[in-house]
Ligand binder design. Sequence first.
Ligand SMILES: CC(C)(COP(=O)(O)OP(=O)(O)OC[C@H]1O[C@@H](n2cnc3c(N)ncnc32)[C@H](O)[C@@H]1OP(=O)(O)O)[C@@H](O)C(=O)NCCC(=O)NCCS
Length: 187
Amino acid sequence: MLQLNLTPFPVLQTDRLTLRQLRHTDAPEVLSLRSDDEVMKYIGRPRAKSMEDAMQLINQINDRISNNESINWAITLKGSEKVIGIIGYVNIKKEHFRAEVGYLLDIGFHRKGIMQESLYAVIDFGFKHMMLHSIEAITDPNNDASQSLLKKNRFIQEAFFKEDFYFEEKFLDSAVFSLLVSEFYAN
Ligand SMILES: CC(C)(COP(=O)(O)OP(=O)(O)OC[C@H]1O[C@@H](n2cnc3c(N)ncnc32)[C@H](O)[C@@H]1OP(=O)(O)O)[C@@H](O)C(=O)NCCC(=O)NCCS
């Protein structure tokens, strides 16, 4: 069984970014991200509607970190406190050394390689420090940006589930991608 210890919070540094823990003061940016129809287009989660919703989300994320259940990082540019995106592992199946990765980024920062940089750091941390054996990603089949990002990082589509996800009175399809530790570090 995987043993997780997420305290102290593992801050990750990349060339341009600091991936840190979310704070209450990040609520305006979290609200903006989670209420943006473009950003949330393929994410089957209720839109945040108020600062209260955003605060609740931050509390939930941080409680789960304290309980070693799951982890999300705030994506920030070095030298800035402003949160421009979120990335993390949810649905961690400790008995299988497996977790689901999820991410979203402010529209103003798309196509600058920011999520590539973030995802690489999070995958590397997941395999080297959390001791994951595999990582999965569940995408909307129409989410070309996310699927290309996953393929670029050696994820392979392993499943397509028809109408397995019920959201806002619709049954949606899912394309499931997966990455093994051996595949990520293979030459
Ligand atoms: C998916 C998402 C995180 C990509 O972030 P990003 O920082 O713009 O992506 P990057 O600039 O790092 O691009 C890395 C790779 O992703 C792919 N990609 C990113 N945006 C793309 C787009 N609009 N169309 C096609 N491929 C795209 C490309 O393969 C790209 O590599 P390349 O630049 O060599 O072509 C961003 O579009 C987003 O936040 N979308 C909304 C939230 C979401 O859908 N999350 C995923 C839920 S499963």
